[in-house]
Ligand binder design. Structure first.
Ligand SMILES: C[S@@+](CC[C@H](N)C(=O)[O-])C[C@H]1O[C@@H](n2cnc3c(N)ncnc32)[C@H](O)[C@@H]1O
Length: 323
């Protein structure tokens, strides 16, 4: 046997760990895709008849031009990928040792855990996975510039008031790394004015302060003492949704991690955008029960919007609005 490459029809999507049901639900209910012919390889779902534009929000990365390769040796597999292009990110669910040896023969890409703040190279990258010892599923074109769609951050177990800090760090890295290809790459800057809605105990406010921004933090419960005492943090004990933009003034950034129905969040973000008093917004849309895809579409239809499930999201999507 020698190397053989077969172009496949359709598309394949890499689900977030333990989120395959979310991805399948989105493929069925948002895209109305027929998933009866699906094939599953680890966290990858392959749909041979997929021919739609668009990438599911619950997908880490998409195999946009899937192909299968059969090969004899590690060297042969790596050479075949290199012949196609330079950049390849791995996703593996089996044959881990063999996969590592193949990746080592490919041009270097940084697969290390990242330290916030940072940016991720925006160059296109392919994805590959071993199905068995001699078979690979791969795609030169993908939907993410992160290797295998993966972003893992160095954790700080001492300073942040909650683990939620990872979620905003990831969201900010995605902005800085071109969530909107070719458009702006904003990052909250020193002195910029931020609103953090649903801020308690303060993970997001803590990250924003690390970046030097000033923060108006709103919650029914207070933040940790170090943030309550910070002169660049104004804490308001209030329902974030009943404060009017004119009462709070203009913001460079508005963030929300409030646990609420998506309908309530939608009303609130449109109120702020209509006020003209905010530039960038990043909000977590909490999924409660059955997803209302019409409502998620309403978020997506707001000009300048982007929606993505993040590595550090739980049963949530993150909505970005960047200018
Ligand atoms: C997931 S926690 C936020 C965690 C926070 N982002 C962090 O980094 O530590 C959600 C917060 O939303 C707050 N919350 C719920 N409804 C709210 C509302 N209407 N207005 C303000 N805060 C609200 C809750 O009190 C809770 O502290």
């Amino acid at each position: 046997m020698s190397k053989q490459i077969t172009q496949l029809t359709g598309g394949a999507f890499l689900a977030w760990p333990e989120m395959m049901n979310r991805l399948l639900g989105e493929l069925t209910n948002r895209f109305h895709a027929d998933i009866s012919n699906k094939q599953v390889f680890g966290d990858i779902v392959y749909l041979p008849e997929w021919n739609q534009e668009g990438v599911p929000y619950w997908c880490k990365t998409a195999f946009l031009s899937p192909a299968k390769m059969t090969f004899d040796s590690i060297g042969e597999a790596a050479a075949a990928l290199k012949e196609i292009q330079r950049n390849w990110g791995p996703y593996q669910f089996t044959q881990f040792r063999r996969a590592t040896l193949i990746q080592e023969k490919l041009p270097y890409i940084n697969l290390k855990v990242k330290q916030f703040p940072c940016t991720i190279p925006e160059s296109p990258i392919g994805v590959w996975t071993l199905l068995d010892q001699n078979t690979m599923l791969f795609s030169p074109n993908t939907s993410s510039t992160f290797p295998g769609g993966h972003l893992e951050l160095q954790e700080d177990h001492e300073n942040p008031p909650s683990r939620a800090y990872l979620k905003i760090q990831e969201a900010i890295i995605r902005c800085a790394s071109g969530v909107y290809p070719g458009i702006s790459k904003p990052l909250p800057k020193p002195g910029e004015r931020c609103l953090d809605a649903g801020a308690c105990p303060g993970g997001w406010t803590w990250v924003l302060r690390q970046l030097g921004a000033t923060v108006v933090a709103i919650d029914r419960s207070p933040l940790v003492p170090s943030l309550m005492e910070d002169s660049s943090v104004t804490f308001m004990k209030h329902d974030a949704f009943t404060l009017k933009p004119e009462e709070l003034g203009a913001f460079d950034w508005i963030f929300s991690d409030v646990i609420c129905y998506p309908e309530r969040l939608y009303e609130w973000v449109t109120m702020w955008l209509d006020s003209g008093l905010v530039k960038n917004m990043i909000c977590t849309i909490k999924m409660q029960g059955e997803t209302d895809w019409n409502l998620i579409q309403q978020f997506a239809d707001i000009p300048g919007s982007k929606i993505q499930h993040l590595n550090y999201n739980k049963h949530e999507l993150t909505w970005f609005h960047l200018v």
